[in-house]
Design a protein around this ligand. Structure first.
Ligand code: PEP
Ligand code: CO
Length: 454
C-alpha cells in the first residue's frame, strides 16, 4: 500500500457525512428527483484518477517542504453561460503566464491548480436576497439555481448538477488537450500574451520574461541539449480544484481506488472546505477527512489556533506532507495579527501543511456604484502581510489562491489601468465575486515574485 495514503481513524464512508449537520445545502424541492440525479451521477465516469490526486499530493509535499509554490487560481463561480473554448483557453493562458513569471523570477517550481472544471456551487452569507421589497432564495451557483431574479430561476433544480458534471468533463478534456498537446509548450510562451494584456505595463514586462526564456531555450539547444525529448518543456501538469460544498454531488463522485483500496473524490484533484462550512463537528469536514485527495481549508479572521489544530488533526491525523493546504483569507488590515498565532501553532505542533494566501475574500466590499469589488492595493497588502508573517515565523509562504479571469473585465479596482468604481459597470461579468482581469493578474504575479525573493 502506498505509505502516503492515510487511513481514517474512525469508521468512514462516502455517505457518513449525512449523520452530521451540513451547512449551506440547497433546499431541493423534490427529494425523489434529487435521488435520481445522484444515482445517475454515481454511474458517470470519474473526472480524475486517484493516481493523479496522489501525484498532486506528492508535489504539494515539496511545497510544504519549502521547495515549491502553489498557484491556485480561477473563477469564483463557473457558469453555464460563460462556457466556451475561448474562455477556458484564456483563463489557462493567464495562469500559465503567472506561473512563468513566478518560476522565472523566483526560481521555484510552481504547482498549477485551477479553480475550474467543477467550481459551480457557492456558499452565501444570507439564505435570501431582498430587492425592491421582493424576497427570493439566494443564488447558490449554477449547479443549484439561476442568477436571474425571479422565483422560477431561484428554485433549486438537481438536474443542474448533471449539467455541471458534463461541463466539468468537457472543460477538463480541453485543459488536458491544451496542457499536453503543445499549447502549453514553453516555446509558445509569447503566444499566451493576449493582445489587450500585451499593451499593459505588466504585459510588456511579461514579454521581456518570455524573451529571456526564448534565449535560454536557444542557449540550451546550442549547447547540444536535446530539448525535444524533455516533456517538462513541452507539457504542463495542471490540476483542478473546487470547493466541496454540495456533499450529495461529492459523495456521488467518490470512488474506491482499485490500486490502494482508498476512497477518492474523483470530481477534482483537490477539494477544499470554505470559511462557512469548516465546522469541526460538521458534515463537510466529516466528508473531507475520509477521501484520499489532497484537501484544503479556508481560514478567516475568526479562526483560532485551537480550531486550526483540531482541523489539522481531523483532516491530516497522519501528518502527511501535501495532504493539507491551509488557505488564509484574513483581510489586509488583520492578516498579520490574525495569521501569526495560527502559523505559530501549526508550526509548533509539527503539522506539515502548505500555507497559502487568498488575498481576495477578506477584502471584498460594495462600492458607491453598488458593485461588489476589491482593491488591487488591498489584495497586495494582504499578500505582503502574509509573506511578512512567514518571514518572521521562519515558515514557508507556500502559495496564493486567487480569483481571476482571462478577460478584460472591470471587477476589481486599481491596477495599472487604474480601474475606478465608476468604471466597474463597463465589464462587470462575474456571477459571484469580483475577479482580477488578466493584466491585474500578471501585475500581481510580478509583485508576488518580488515578495518571494524577499
Ligand atoms: C470562495 O472561495 O469563493 C469563497 C466563498 O471563499 P470563502 O469560503 O473563503 O469565503
Ligand atoms: Co469567491
Amino acid at each position: 500500500m502506498n505509505p502516503t495514503v492515510r487511513t481514517p481513524p474512525k469508521p468512514w464512508a462516502p455517505g457518513s457525512w449525512q449523520a452530521f449537520p451540513a451547512a449551506q445545502q440547497p433546499d431541493w424541492p423534490e427529494p425523489a428527483a434529487l435521488d435520481r440525479v445522484l444515482d445517475e451521477l454515481a454511474r458517470q465516469p470519474p473526472l480524475v484518477f486517484a493516481g493523479e490526486a496522489r501525484t498532486l499530493q506528492s508535489t504539494l509535499a515539496t511545497v510544504a517542504d519549502g521547495h515549491g509554490f502553489l498557484l491556485q487560481a480561477g473563477d469564483c463561480a463557473e457558469t453555464f453561460d460563460a462556457f466556451s473554448a475561448d474562455s477556458i483557453r484564456d483563463k489557462l493562458k493567464v495562469i500559465l503566464q503567472m506561473a512563468v513569471i513566478l518560476t522565472y523570477g523566483a526560481g521555484l517550481p510552481v504547482v498549477k491548480v485551477g479553480r475550474i472544471a467543477g467550481q459551480f456551487a457557492k456558499p452565501r452569507s444570507l439564505p435570501s436576497e431582498l430587492v425592491d421589497g421582493v424576497d427570493l432564495p439566494v443564488y447558490r451557483g449554477d449547479m443549484v439555481n439561476e442568477l436571474g431574479f425571479d422565483l422560477d430561476a431561484r428554485r433549486p433544480d438537481p438536474a443542474r448538477m448533471l449539467r455541471a458534471y458534463h461541463q466539468s468533463s468537457a472543460t477538463l478534456n480541453l485543459l488536458r488537450a491544451f496542457t499536453k498537446g503543445g499549447f502549453a509548450d514553453l516555446n509558445q510562451v509569447h503566444s499566451w500574451n493576449q493582445e489587450f494584456v500585451a499593451r499593459s505595463p505588466s504585459g510588456r514586462r511579461y514579454d521581456a520574461v518570455a524573451d529571456g526564456i526564448d534565449r535560454a531555450l536557444r542557449f540550451m539547444a546550442a549547447c547540444g541539449i536535446d530539448l525535444t525529448a524533455s516533456s517538462v518543456i513541452h507539457q504542463v501538469d495542471f490540476y483542478t480544484s473546487h470547493e466541496a460544498l454540495l456533499l450529495g454531488y461529492e459523495e456521488a463522485m467518490t470512488r474506491r481506488d482499485s490500486l490502494t483500496g482508498c476512497w477518492y473524490d474523483c470530481s477534482a484533484h483537490l477539494l477544499w472546505v470554505g470559511e462557512r462550512t469548516r465546522q469541526l463537528d460538521g458534515a463537510h469536514l466529516e466528508f473531507l477527512r475520509g477521501i484520499g485527495n489532497p484537501v484544503g481549508a479556508k481560514l478567516g479572521p475568526g479562526a483560532t489556533p485551537d480550531d486550526v489544530l483540531a482541523l489539522c488533526d481531523l483532516l491530516d491525523p497522519g501528518r502527511v506532507p501535501g495532504r493539507l493546504t491551509l488557505v488564509a483569507r484574513m483581510g489586509a488590515s488583520r492578516v498579520e495579527e490574525r495569521l501569526a498565532p495560527l502559523v505559530r501553532a501549526v508550526r509548533d505542533a509539527g503539522h506539515p501543511v502548505v500555507w497559502a494566501c487568498d488575498p481576495m475574500h477578506g477584502n471584498t466590499f460594495v462600492g458607491p456604484s453598488g458593485h461588489k469589488t476589491r482593491r488591487f492595493d488591498d489584495v497586495m497588502a494582504e499578500l505582503a502581510g502574509f509573506f511578512a508573517v512567514h518571514r518572521s515565523e521562519g515558515t514557508h509562504p507556500g502559495g496564493i489562491h486567487v480569483e481571476l479571469t482571462g478577460e478584460d473585465v472591470t471587477e476589481c479596482l486599481g491596477g495599472a489601468d487604474e480601474i475606478e468604481d465608476g468604471h466597474l459597470h463597463r465589464r462587470y461579468e462575474t456571477a459571484c465575486d469580483p475577479r482580477l482581469n488578466a493584466s491585474q493578474a500578471l501585475e500581481l504575479a510580478f509583485q508576488v515574485t518580488e515578495l518571494l525573493r524577499g
